[in-house]
Design a protein around this ligand. Structure first.
Ligand SMILES: [Zn+2]
Length: 204
């Protein structure tokens, strides 16, 4: 897959759930995929923008990545493995196809890591989950995405996951509109391109 040095901006985060935002770090899944996370710096920028790392955690993760670049690259590779498995699983759920055992085993492995990485606590008079102190901050984004994915994909909102039909887009998003009518990842990007194409076709 082609690596693209993308500069993340808030408008890129359209998924409505961090699971889908991770999947959307590839553009053009079904046609000519581009990977918008070429390196650790880009990964940390993205994770911070998606609120998967707060500013303190991001700075600490950057320090760790500087100190141990090989280990950091391994974390990034493992995140991308999770990304592919989630994309494939969501795609199979969307098309009512059986999930591939290989994709499920990647997600299972992350689910296991998530279980081992923390404990249930009481916070503000309700149950919460806290990570153990020895968990590497570099792994937090993937663990947090795993938690979000397990919750998203077993609850009814999964039926509202849609794929943007924009040319070479394929981003996924949770349609939270009242009448379930959202079609595009971003109306002003893919929606307008399609509108302009239709206009040209009609007027040529
Ligand atoms: Zn789109």
């Amino acid at each position: 897959m082609r690596l693209v040095n993308h500069r993340w901006i808030p408008r890129d985060i359209v998924g409505g759930n961090s699971t889908l935002d991770l999947v959307n770090t590839v553009s053009g899944w079904n046609r000519d995929p581009e990977d918008w996370v070429p390196d650790i710096a880009s990964f940390l920028d993205w994770a911070h923008m998606c609120h998967l790392l707060d500013t303190r955690e991001k700075n600490e993760a950057a320090r760790r990545a500087d100190a141990a670049p090989v280990a950091a690259d391994r974390v990034l590779a493992s995140l991308k493995e999770l990304r592919f498995a989630l994309w494939a699983l969501i795609d199979s759920l969307e098309h009512r196809k059986p999930a591939k055992p290989g994709d499920l085993s990647v997600i299972n492995e992350w689910a296991r890591r998530l279980t081992l990485s923390g404990q249930v606590i009481v916070n503000s008079n309700k149950l919460d989950f806290a990570f153990n102190r020895d968990i590497s901050v570099l792994e937090l984004p993937a663990l947090r995405v795993t938690a979000a994915a397990l919750s998203l994909l077993k609850n009814p909102p999964a039926v509202r996951i849609k794929t943007c039909p924009g040319q070479n887009c394929g981003w996924k998003f949770l349609d939270q509109s009242k009448n379930k009518s959202r079609r595009w990842c971003d109306m002003s990007v893919c929606g307008n391109v399609a509108k302009a194409r239709k206009y040209r076709a009609r007027n040529s």
